[in-house]
Write a protein of this length. Structure first.
Length: 496
């Protein structure tokens, strides 16, 4: 019998971050790798587009956090991030707007500590203690905990992880954890906001994820000049250096099996044979390409999962500069819990929404024409809701009104020279995203590690899954890690 290290012909479905990562690592192990991507460019949710007016928009991710995780990917192939693009540190990292005041989070950690102390006496020392604990979680969590394939809990039985179990705060909820350190509501919001990326209310997220505060605040918020898509292009280049072949505008329509093995994929009506397949596409959608009897999970399973939100996005080209607006701004004038209820409980458009704005032209002159602004607005939403254009426009008017109030600007709507909206139905049509989710599966305790959808098909031994709906979870760095995990598992696959 042949061993697992014999060269295999591997298909990767999707060129998002997990697919690019999986392809690069699988090819580095000596395999022949082909990536099939339904769009005309790599990146998935992190695609980029340009307009005739001269704007360059990143379509998805805009927070460059956990830079060491991304750097590690390039180091694995004897590269550095700086070989591909220039990374700059943002100062302030972001601004948070409350009902009666605003707080800017500075670049340097010592300055953040001083900020906390100025808002609440004694909070400076509490901040140090919080971040020291978060640093421990980050080092154990991002280097040991999230790198497991998560077939069984026995993978976490190492002395290091077992001995760290209490300090990892796996069974504590994030909200109570934060309130144990800080009393001021603004400071609590500052500490709770990062876990919104994990797709659940802070009281439903394990306190383990304070590691995100460390990966963001302490390691700093970065920006790749040219836009977040520069990371996509760099990863594609690394994959190509390993010999990966990319096939764009090629949508996989069917997975063909025989005697418990996947033998070929159907692309644009033609069958291609492979030894193994790694699906970076939406997990639920991938399974619909199989007969029901060969799927890991039925429809009832997916209906009972807690999904991270969808969102309303606007890509706007604005004539003239917008004064007093930072690169990243969080508009938190309303209650976080009310907005969260509209996402997870009421499943409706929020009455008093929170939202986020990204204005990369504050940092990067190449993403907008001279004396203009590139403005990206994002409002988290429940999955599966109706999102017709009139509803979208109503929220655009509200978001721009709040930006005007914050900045003192006037008539932003009349200054729009480019506008494109993106919402639930677009996530479905462009990415086959289950119910239009934008961020994958929530990282709740009941959906963590071994309790996530498995990275390997239980009935088809050579079909694997990667990305934000499986381990380790949503976000760019976890997706990069996910691809590495799966590539390692495929390399162990024995050929008959």
């Amino acid at each position: 019998m042949n061993t697992g290290n014999i060269k295999k012909k591997i298909a990767v479905i999707g060129a998002g971050f997990s697919g690019l990562s999986a392809a690069a690592y699988a090819a580095k192990s000596g395999n022949e790798v082909h990536v099939f991507e339904m769009h005309d460019q790599p990146g998935g949710r992190a695609r980029q587009f340009s307009t005739d007016e001269g704007y360059v928009f990143d379509m998805g991710p805009s927070w460059y956090w956990m830079p060491d995780i991304i750097e590690r990917f390039f180091n694995d192939f004897d590269y550095k991030v700086s070989d591909f693009f220039t990374l700059v540190s943002l100062d302030p990292q972001f601004e948070m707007v409350f009902a009666k005041e605003k707080v800017s989070v500075p670049e340097k950690n010592d300055a953040i500590r001083d900020l906390f102390e100025s808002i609440e006496p004694g909070a400076g020392n509490k901040y140090d203690q919080f971040m020291e604990s978060a640093r421990f979680k980050y080092e154990v969590g991002m280097k040991d905990f999230v790198t497991k394939p998560c077939y069984t809990w026995l993978e976490f039985a190492s002395l290091k992880i077992a001995g760290s179990a209490v300090k990892l705060n796996l069974l504590s909820d994030f909200r109570k954890y934060v309130s144990g350190y800080f009393s001021d509501s603004k400071l609590r919001s500052l500490m709770e906001f990062p876990v919104i990326f994990l797709g659940a209310s802070p009281q439903n997220i394990p306190a383990l994820y304070s590691l995100m505060n460390y990966g963001g605040y302490v390691l700093g918020t970065k920006y790749p000049m040219g836009g977040f898509h520069q990371l996509v292009l760099a990863m594609k280049k690394v994959a190509e250096q390993q010999g990966v072949a990319f096939h764009f505008n090629h949508e996989v329509q069917q997975l063909n099996t025989e005697n418990g093995r996947l033998i070929s994929i159907t692309v644009e009506g033609k069958d291609y044979e492979f030894d193994a397949v790694i699906a970076s596409s939406d997990y639920h959608h991938t399974e619909t390409l199989l007969p029901e009897s060969l799927r890991n999970y039925n429809e009832e399973y997916w209906k009972t999962r807690t999904f991270a939100p969808s969102c309303l996005i606007y890509y706007l080209g604005i004539k003239g500069k917008i004064s007093h607006l930072k690169h990243h701004t969080l508009f938190f004038e309303n209650e976080l819990d009310d907005h969260i209820d509209s996402i997870y409980n009421d499943k409706k458009w929020p009455d008093k929404p929170l939202f986020y704005s990204c204005c990369p032209s504050k940092t990067d002159p190449d993403v907008a024409p001279e004396d203009c602004e590139n403005l990206f607005l994002l409002l988290p939403l429940a999955t599966g809701i109706e999102d017709d254009e009139s509803v979208r426009e109503k929220y655009l008017v509200e978001m721009l009104g709040r930006i005007e109030k914050h900045t003192g600007e006037k008539h932003l709507i009349s200054r729009i020279e480019y506008k494109k909206s993106y919402c639930v139905s677009d996530f479905i049509s462009d990415y086959n995203a289950y119910q239009g989710n934008a961020y994958g599966l929530s990282n709740t305790l009941s959906q963590t590690a071994v309790l996530k959808p498995k990275i390997r098909n239980k009935k088809i031994r050579n079909l694997f899954y990667t990305g934000q709906l499986t381990v380790p979870g949503p976000g760019v760095p976890p997706s990069v890690i996910s691809g590495k995990i799966v590539a390692a598992e495929v390399s162990k696959l024995k050929m008959k």
